[in-house]
Design a protein around this ligand. Structure first.
Ligand code: C2E
Ligand code: MG
Ligand code: MG
Ligand code: MG
Length: 282
C-alpha cells in the first residue's frame, strides 16, 4: 500500500515537473517573440531631490506589453530572460532606448537629468559590455556623466578580476555606478571602499516601515551615514508617504524615488512632469 502511494507521489512529482518545464519553455518562446515584435517598453520613474522635490533624474524600468494589451511586470519575466540568455539582447535594447529617451528628456528639461539603468549579472558578464555602452552613448549623444548603471550586490561580490576591470573602465568613461537594493545582499563593507561606485540605493524593504519601526529607522540611518562617510550619493527607494520623506530629509538623504512623487510612467507622461525651460524663465 505504502509502495503504491509512493509511486503515485512520484508520478505527481514528475507531472508537476513536466508542467513547470513546459511553462518555462512556453514563457521563453513568448519572450523571443516579444523581442522580435517590439513588445517591450520602458517606463520611467522620477528620482527627486528630497528637500525641494525637483526631478534630478529617472530610472528606466522595463515592461512587457502583450498582444492583448496587458502589461507584465519585470519580476514575472526577468528571471526567464536571465536563464535563457535573452537578457543580453533585451538589455541592449533597454540601454539603447533609455539613452535615446534620456537625451530627449534632458533636451526638453534644458538641463542634464541622470538616467539610471538596471544591469543584470548575465548582461554584465559579456566581454564587450564596456565597448558596447560606449558605442550606445556615442550613437545616442547622451553624455557619459548622465548615465548611471544600477548593479546588484551579488554581481559586484562575484568579484572576478574582469568585473573590477570593467567597473573601472566604465568609471573612466565618466559613467557612474550604483548599488541597487543595498542592504539586502551580502556585500561586505570593505568592498564599498574598493569598488569604484558612486551611489547606494536603499532597498524599499527598509524604507517601508520608517519612521515607526525602530530597527528599520536605524538601518536606513546607518546606510545614509556610510554613504556620507564614503562620499557616495544615496537614494531611498519606495517612498510612499510624506512621513517617510520627512524622515529621510531629516536624516539628510539627498534623493528619493517612490510612489509619493510618482509611479513609473511611459515616456510621454514622464515628460509632462518636466517643467520646460521656457516655462521656468517666465
Ligand atoms: P529595482 O531596480 O529595485 O526597481 C525599483 C522597483 O520598485 C520598481 O519595480 C518600481 O516600480 C518599484 N517602486 C518604486 N517606488 C515604489 C513605491 O513607492 N512603492 C512600491 N510598492 N514600489 C515602488 P518594477 O518596475 O516592478 O521592477 C522590479 C525590478 O525588476 C527592478 O527592481 C529591477 O531589479 C528589475 N528590472 C526592471 N527593469 C529592468 C531592466 O531594464 N533590466 C534589468 N536587468 N532589470 C530590470
Ligand atoms: Mg533599480
Ligand atoms: Mg532597487
Ligand atoms: Mg528594490
Amino acid at each position: 500500500e505504502a509502495k503504491k502511494e509512493g509511486k503515485n507521489d512520484f508520478r505527481f512529482f514528475t507531472d508537476d515537473l513536466n508542467t513547470k518545464m513546459h511553462q518555462r519553455l512556453a514563457l521563453e518562446t513568448s519572450l523571443h517573440h516579444a523581442l522580435e515584435n517590439n513588445e517591450f517598453l520602458l517606463y520611467y520613474q522620477p528620482q527627486v531631490d528630497t528637500a525641494t522635490g525637483e526631478i534630478i533624474g529617472m530610472e528606466a524600468l522595463i515592461r512587457w506589453q502583450r498582444a492583448d494589451g496587458s502589461i507584465v511586470p519585470p519580476l514575472a519575466f526577468i528571471p526567464s530572460l536571465e536563464d535563457s540568455g535573452l537578457i543580453v539582447s533585451v538589455g541592449e535594447w533597454v540601454l539603447e532606448t533609455a539613452c535615446r529617451d534620456a537625451k530627449l528628456m534632458s533636451d526638453k528639461a534644458g538641463r542634464d537629468l541622470t538616467l539610471s539603468v538596471n544591469i543584470s549579472a548575465r548582461q554584465f558578464s559579456r566581454s564587450d559590455i564596456v565597448e558596447h555602452i560606449a558605442f550606445i552613448l556615442e550613437e545616442t549623444g547622451l553624455k557619459p556623466e548622465s548615465l548611471r548603471l544600477e548593479l546588484t550586490e551579488s554581481l559586484l561580490m562575484g568579484d572576478t578580476e574582469s568585473t573590477l576591470e570593467r567597473l573601472h573602465k566604465l568609471k573612466e568613461l565618466g559613467i557612474s555606478l550604483s548599488i541597487d537594493d543595498f542592504g539586502t545582499g551580502y556585500s561586505s563593507l570593505s568592498y564599498l571602499k574598493k569598488l569604484p561606485i558612486s551611489e547606494l540605493k536603499i532597498d524599499r524593504a527598509f524604507v517601508k516601515n520608517v519612521p515607526e519601526n525602530k530597527s528599520d529607522a536605524v538601518i536606513v540611518n546607518t546606510i545614509i551615514t556610510i554613504a556620507q562617510c564614503l562620499d557616495l550619493n544615496v537614494v531611498a527607494e519606495g517612498v510612499e508617504t510624506e512621513e517617510q520623506r520627512q524622515f529621510l530629509e531629516k536624516q539628510k538623504c539627498p534623493t528619493f524615488q517612490g510612489f509619493l512623487f510618482s509611479k513609473p510612467l511611459p515616456l510621454e507622461q514622464f515628460t509632462k512632469l518636466l517643467p520646460s525651460p521656457a516655462a521656468k524663465s517666465q
